[in-house]
Design a protein around this ligand. Structure first.
Ligand code: ME8
Length: 515
């Protein structure tokens, strides 16, 4: 039976323009989705925007426009970013859509009917920027632990009986050891739950911009409960009410930044359990892009603009750098200098050079034709074995969301090919008239380069498609370590695909989003 996978990005707040941080998660989801499609899995990939809450209401007021027009405009910016990044998403969900309102209302009624909601009163320090309450002892220098300004507020509200889920959650983490990836994040979540969970305020009365509580419209549903339900809405809920039997839901993977793990790995499973729905299959949390040493964030004002990078260097260059520069769970500095360095060293000098030198040699010195020959030497077996091993490890890394490790191993495969061509010297074989050996070498190189190129497709789809076209090997978009190419290949027209970036040509290129 065909495996299914449901890949989701966070839905992004629409209080400002998208930046490199948002592009990162969406690109990671897209690469993972493309990879699974190339394993012939049934993939559904959704992204979108989170449009309710006090923060959005206030941002619209500050901008002097009505809230609906404000969210429409800003949601569109996130949607418009997708083609720049070359994202193949199946859905784009907005929390202001009717389908989502229906889903949240239905979900609310379910958890209410199951006895997990009660009416009470809430007092605490509210961080507007991050839409969360904190107690006095959680404040840091008069601000919320997330860094936002706080104000003391008291309001009547509905509570969710989160405290009743302590044991059930711990059991769930124990029974599903890979629920939270990477694994070190799991311990943080477990120790947070072990400290004991308090009931959670899940409605607000201090603003109106949100989904009203069914039959009690003074109350607006807490923006995080509203937002998390998007993952169900996009999977057809509530019409598709039997999520536990749904193959996409059973194999759902939520990609998130590390700052929202608690919402996804603690609150969300508890909400779902309360509604009788099984938790998602995995939460994959990544680290932060820093800009000049600080978290890139619209409220700090140090954000870099992904569209500028794509317009100047192309989406493949950005996709490659963003996945290669830092291990997925770690933080790292986004720097134009490193971007250029990595681009030139791998895409241009290593991979681009391998493809071009191989194909142009075949074109000029072998009439554009390579045929399978069997004049094998020990070096050939070593080369083939090294590449196969690198590809096997790349595949394993991809299954563990270790994107940069996967790319490192693919880079190794490319280096093996460059070393092999240098050592076997097909130009010398040509000169000696040793055509059989020359074809043996070229065929093996072409086959291994072709397979490696296909592994690189999820990361750099545009350039790999060009290279595969130049190879002129009819292909299915499937990843197979032991794939074979036809015994005779008549290659197409070799062309240079990657061009070197010279910082001197960039002039006053400004990476920051200015407005
Ligand atoms: O939290 N580095 O939305 P948001 C890496 N609406 N990733 C970053 C980043 C950075 N500097 N900055 C943002 C929300 N991100 C909620 C989510 S989901 C049901 C609701 C990415 O607009 C990262 O994925 O603040 C992070 O988790 C997300 O954007 C936060 O986006």
């Amino acid at each position: 039976m065909k495996s299914s996978v449901y890949v989701t990005s966070p839905i992004y707040y629409v209080n400002a323009k998208p930046h490199i941080g948002h592009a990162y998660t969406t690109i990671a989801c897209d690469i993972f989705a493309r990879f699974r499609r190339m394993l012939l899995h049934d993939v559904k990939f959704t992204t979108g925007t989170d449009e309710h809450g006090k923060k959005i209401e206030q941002s619209a007021q500050n901008a002097g426009i009505d809230t609906q027009s404000f969210v429409d405009q800003n949601s569109q910016l996130f949607r418009d970013l997708l083609p720049f990044l070359n994202i193949q998403n199946d859905d784009f969900i907005r929390t202001t859509e009717l389908r989502h309102k229906k889903a949240v209302e239905y979900f609310w009624e379910e958890i209410k009917r199951n006895g997990y909601l009660y009416l009470g009163e809430y007092s605490g320090w509210y961080d507007i920027r991050n839409e969360a309450y904190f107690s006095e002892d959680e404040l840091v220098d008069g601000k919320s632990p997330l860094g936002g300004e706080v104000q003391y507020m008291t309001e009547p509200c509905y509570f969710f009986r989160l405290s009743t889920f302590n044991d059930q959650l711990i059991r769930f983490y124990e029974n599903n050891p890979d629920f939270i990836m990477p694994l070190h994040r799991r311990n943080e979540v477990i120790s947070f739950v072990q400290q004991g969970l308090r009931d959670l305020a899940v409605t607000r009365t201090t603003f109106k911009w949100g989904i009203k509580v069914p039959k009690d419209p003074k109350h607006v549903v807490y923006v995080w409960l509203d937002a998390l339900v998007n993952y169900l809405t996009s999977n057809g809920y509530p019409d598709n009410a039997h999520q536990n039997k749904d193959e996409f839901w059973q194999n759902s993977v939520h990609f998130v930044g590390k700052e929202i793990i608690k919402f996804h790995a603690v609150y969300w499973p508890a909400f779902l359990m309360a509604a009788g729905i099984q938790p998602p299959r995995q939460i994959v949390a990544h680290g932060w892009w820093l800009s000049e040493g600080e978290k890139m964030s619209k409220s700090v004002g140090n954000v870099q603009d992904p569209i500028k990078y794509c317009k100047l260097f192309g989406s493949d260059a950005l996709r490659y750098y963003i996945m290669r520069e830092i291990p997925f769970g770690d933080d790292g500095n986004f720097s134009l200098e490193n971007f250029i360095g990595r681009h030139n060293s791998f895409l241009v000098n290593s991979f681009g050079n391998l493809c071009y030198r191989l194909l142009s040699f075949i074109k000029t010195h072998s009439d554009g034709v390579v045929t399978k020959q069997r004049d094998f030497k020990e070096d050939d077996a070593i080369f083939a074995g090294n590449v196969d091993e690198a590809l096997t490890e790349a595949m394993k890394a991809m299954h563990q969301y270790a994107f940069s490790k996967c790319l490192e191993r693919l880079e190794d495969a490319v280096s093996f090919a460059n070393q092999y061509i240098d050592k076997q010297k097909p130009w010398a074989l040509k000169k000696e008239g040793n055509t059989i050996r020359m074809h043996t070498v070229l065929f093996l190189l072409l086959e291994k380069t072709y397979i490696t190129t296909k592994f690189l497709m999820p990361f750099i789809p545009i350039s790999t498609a060009k290279i595969l076209k130049q190879m002129n090997i009819p292909y299915e978009p499937v990843i197979l370590i032991k794939e074979r190419i036809p015994v005779t290949v008549n290659i197409g027209e070799p062309e240079i695909v990657f061009t070197k970036i010279d910082p001197a040509d960039l002039g006053t290129f400004d990476v920051f989003a200015n407005d």
